[in-house]
Design a protein around this ligand. Structure first.
Ligand SMILES: [Ca+2]
Ligand SMILES: [Zn+2]
Length: 203
């Protein structure tokens, strides 16, 4: 039987589009006009206030920055700018800070307040707060009753990039999976989909 080339090519398109949608398990943030929300630079600096955090917080924070910076297929760099005494986020000062404090939604372990231009999608400010209502740890081995700062921050820095949450349970192993678990350190390392995400946004 002679194959219909039209049917064959339709089949190829169908299979490849299915393959692509399942291969890209990362989500990027877009504004209404379809433009991707992202930094207009490949180097983003954070100032850190470790006051209120557990011992060795700074090392854990820097390790999380390094994880994204070290991705070979992306030119993006997170830079530690030095200490700050600020404990108040200012969404419009263009100064990115990481600090420890309270979040109105007590269930949240951390929150990243990301600001972008509503027309261009250009991201210009990101302030990240760790919720001191929870037990937080910066120890190498995270205790079962605490949240691991390095894991939580690696995830929050993913939002800075701006990768979105992944909700499917099959994405549980990925850094951008939405849920934080106590004692869990697996978000310290990136999954291939997280790597694909940063490489797509900042090649
Ligand atoms: Ca700010
Ligand atoms: Zn998240």
């Amino acid at each position: 039987m002679k194959r219909n080339p039209f049917i064959v090519s339709l089949l190829v398109i169908f299979i490849s589009s299915f393959w692509c949608s399942s291969a890209f398990a990362y989500k990027v943030k877009k504004i209404k006009n379809g433009k991707i929300i992202k930094w207009n630079t490949n180097t983003v600096t954070y100032y850190v206030n470790t006051s209120g955090g557990p011992p060795d917080s700074l090392a854990a924070i820097q390790a999380a920055m390094k994880t994204w910076t070290d991705v070979p297929s992306s030119s993006f760099h997170f830079v530690y700018g030095g200490p700050t005494t600020s404990t108040v986020r200012n969404p419009d000062d263009g100064i990115n800070i990481i600090y420890f404090g309270k979040i109105r939604n007590k269930a949240r372990v951390a929150r990243n307040y990301v600001q972008w231009n509503k027309e261009s999608g250009e991201l210009y400010d990101s302030d990240i707060v760790f919720n001191t209502a929870h037990k937080l740890s910066a120890a190498d081995k995270c205790p079962e009753d605490s949240y691991d700062i390095q894991s939580v921050l690696t995830h929050e820095l993913g939002h800075s990039l701006t990768l979105n949450e992944l909700y499917k349970q099959t994405h549980e192993e990925k850094t951008m999976y939405w849920k934080e678990n106590k004692g869990d350190t697996k978000k310290r390392t990136l999954d291939q989909d997280d790597i694909d995400g940063i490489s797509y946004l900042y090649p």
